[in-house]
Design a protein around this ligand. Structure first.
Ligand code: B1M
Length: 233
């Protein structure tokens, strides 16, 4: 479903500063969405030098940039390479901001655990989803591939996760996805939402195994988890 972007257009036409030429959030958002690494770093540094709090730079500059990337990816307007380039730009800015955020004791509000189902070694799609969740300012704990059900449960408990994501690329590992969902539901972890995805997975299968959500691609996976935790824009 297309989201109302009128707020974003407003932001685009509203510079932060009255001083012509000063860095603004919309400029930063544009730079990330276009994967312009040097511009992203420069604007981030300029915003910091102007006294902008790092958290605002993340939430109002970088995250909206990755949201645009996710939406374009979902609509097949851009593809994996563009997405990776944008993520690289965001990562460079985060390298500058993360120490400042940590020093200020600021952490992402939501945590997501993600991994590929037991028996399955495919991780390209899972990594893209993890990257987009990070881009949406989730703390992401990546368990890697071939993850047995009890590891999802242990990690969800240890990290007090809001989301557990399970990816599967093989029809033969879809039953392991179901086992993980059953284990997570049986563990009685309050408030944890389970989301699934991967090429052979469908909404029907997700419903059948009792998952809380299904996403067909990394862009939709962001909207899904934001909706599930109640953080949707
Ligand atoms: Co494999 N492989 N592979 N493989 N492999 C497939 C999946 C296959 C379709 C190829 C084919 O036969 N045409 C086939 C599966 C058939 C089936 O079960 N239906 C297959 C097979 C059979 C196998 C082996 C069994 C081959 C063999 O050894 N005989 C073997 C299994 C190994 C194992 O896992 N135990 C195997 C091995 C491998 C490699 C190791 C060589 C390599 C994986 C490398 C890696 O991941 N690090 C590999 C690859 C690369 C592929 C293909 C070519 C590409 C998969 C991929 O990365 N796609 C694939 C054929 C194909 O798809 N064309 C194939 C790109 C990626 C961006 O898309 O992963 O779908 P995808 O992720 C998307 C969405 O699905 C979604 O978002 C992503 C981004 O939009 N998504 C989620 C994914 N996870 C999500 C989670 C979410 C939400 C959305 O929420 C949590």
């Amino acid at each position: 479903m297309a989201r109302d972007r009128s707020w974003f257009l407003f932001e685009l036409s509203t510079p932060l500063s009255k001083d012509a030429g000063m860095a603004s959030f919309p400029e930063l958002t544009d730079a990330v969405a276009a994967g312009k690494r040097n511009d992203t770093v420069r604007i981030t540094q300029e915003l910091l030098a102007a006294g902008t709090p790092p958290q605002e730079i993340v939430e109002q500059g970088l995250v909206p940039g990755m949201a645009i990337v996710g939406e374009k990816f979902r609509r097949n307007e851009i593809f994996v390479p563009e997405m990776l380039i944008a993520a690289r730009a965001m990562k460079e800015a985060l390298k500058i901001l993360e120490p400042l955020l940590i020093a200020a004791g600021i952490k992402p509000k939501y945590t997501a655990v993600i991994g590929t189902a037991q028996g399955d070694l495919h991780d390209i799609g899972k990594n893209l989803v993890a990257m987009m969740w990070r881009g949406a300012n989730f703390n992401v704990v990546d368990l890697g591939t071939n993850v047995p059900p009890d590891r999802y449960v242990a990690a969800a408990r240890e990290h007090q996760a809001h989301i557990v994501g399970i990816s599967a690329l093989l029809t033969t590992t879809m039953p392991a996805m179901k086992d993980a969902v059953v284990a997570l539901k049986g563990a009685g972890l309050a408030g944890v939402k389970i989301v699934v995805g991967g090429a052979p997975v469908t909404q029907d299968f997700a419903d059948e195994i009792g998952a809380d959500g299904y996403a067909a691609d990394a862009g939709s996976a962001v909207e899904l988890v934001q909706r599930l935790v109640g953080a949707a824009a």
